[in-house]
Design a protein around this ligand. Structure first.
Ligand code: SF4
Length: 380
């Protein structure tokens, strides 16, 4: 148990202080590239010998300087990413990759480019039709543009060999994270909602081979532990980001174990692997994006498949209910909420909707709601 706690403390320290992690990499002579949400092909950055560094807003952050560029009704992830560019937090980065996959990120990319001219900027457009051959080709072209800029910044050529190696390392990390998520669901008495979050969050700030090594060790230790009956209730979370320690403590205080998730920052980011050892690794990366599904940010020609996916996740993980985290001013998630609600109600699955933003530090209302939800679940 003490080894598990030692590893969890190490993940916690990294998740809580990404700036220190960035500074450590830079002091080792490495260059780092900021990867904004969503679906950045980090493998390209890794293959160029640089550190892909996740930038997903800042939990508990304050928006001051970014107010000059955004109206108040933009989500806090975008505003805080710009704030960190303006206040110098991102100064150590040798560049950023900025996707434009939602209506907030599109203006964000242009605001960032203008407001932070000293940080080399790589714009990434994903196609709406990602699965068809022409969509895969478009993605591949976009990735090739990023590749050229990364090579300029790093001075290292991205070859098929080093890209295939990066893909292998990323697949291994995705596998380890998926296994950890399963284990967290089976061992909630060991992996709390809070510790589950720091393990998954720290991956965005670490070289993936380093993260995999630590995580495989942790997974092995958890697997070797006895399973104990869980006295609380089990939930699936859905939304964009859930990494606030104060909010996660409410889950833990009310014995709500997170046994699976549909969070953009967690499972959605690691669902799909990339084909390994091909002669066309760039195409394989583009196909991986084409194979992504069940995400409100991605066009779904077969009508909305996400409610059914979420219901299946609840059944498979034997969860008692769903906690839907809605990021304030996130239009895609708000728009999709009614269909999620309908799907869950038809399947008879209890759910609760919690509104949040990244500036929040006081979660009194969420505490009352989650406490009531835990009470309701225990009466069923
Ligand atoms: S939280 Fe919603 S609105 Fe904001 S960047 Fe993500 S998807 Fe776009």
């Amino acid at each position: 148990m003490s080894n598990i706690q030692t590893l969890l403390s190490a993940f916690d320290a990294i998740a809580k202080n990404p700036k220190k992690q960035l500074d450590d990499y830079i002091s080792q002579g490495k260059k780092a590239i900021g990867c904004f949400p969503y679906y950045v092909p980090e493998e390209l950055v890794y293959a160029s010998g640089m550190v892909p560094f996740g930038v997903w807003g800042k939990t508990g952050g304050k928006i001051n300087l970014a107010k000059e560029y955004f109206a108040a009704f933009y989500c806090t992830i975008a505003q805080l990413n710009l704030e960190m560019g303006l206040d110098g937090t991102l100064d150590g980065l040798s560049g950023v990759i900025a996707p434009s996959i939602c209506d907030t990120l599109r203006p964000f990319t242009q605001n960032f480019r203008v407001a932070c001219p000293d940080i080399p900027f790589m714009f990434l457009a994903h196609p709406q039709n990602r699965k068809k051959e022409y969509g895969v080709k478009f993605t591949e072209q976009q990735y090739n543009k990023i590749k050229i800029k990364l090579e300029e910044i790093s001075g290292i050529k991205i070859t098929n060999d080093n890209l295939n190696e990066a893909i292998k390392i990323y697949n291994e990390n995705r596998k380890a994270r998926r296994r950890f998520i399963e284990l967290a669901g089976q061992y909630p008495h060991i992996i709390t909602a809070t510790s589950r979050s720091v393990v998954l969050k720290s991956a965005f700030f670490m070289l993936k081979d380093e993260h995999t090594k630590m995580l495989n060790e942790l997974n092995g230790l958890i697997e070797a532990s006895p399973i104990e009956p869980w006295k609380g209730k089990k939930v699936v979370t859905s939304g964009i980001v859930l990494d606030s320690p104060s909010l996660l403590k409410i889950f833990d205080d009310n014995q709500l174990a997170i046994v699976a998730d549909d969070m953009a920052h967690e499972s959605r980011a690691i669902r799909v692997d990339v084909q390994e050892n091909t002669n066309h690794p760039m195409q394989a990366l583009a196909e991986q994006f084409g194979n992504q599904d069940y995400d409100t940010l991605l066009y779904d020609p077969e009508l909305n498949k996400r409610p059914g996916y979420l219901v299946e996740k609840v059944k498979k993980s034997q969860a008692d209910g769903v906690v839907i985290m809605i990021m304030q001013f996130c239009d895609p998630e708000e728009i999709e909420f009614p269909s999620l609600k309908k799907g869950l109600e038809e399947a008879g699955i209890p759910y609760i909707k919690i509104g949040m933003d990244q500036q929040m530090t006081n979660f009194g209302q969420a505490q009352t709601s989650l406490q009531a939800f835990a009470d309701v679940l225990s009466t069923l």
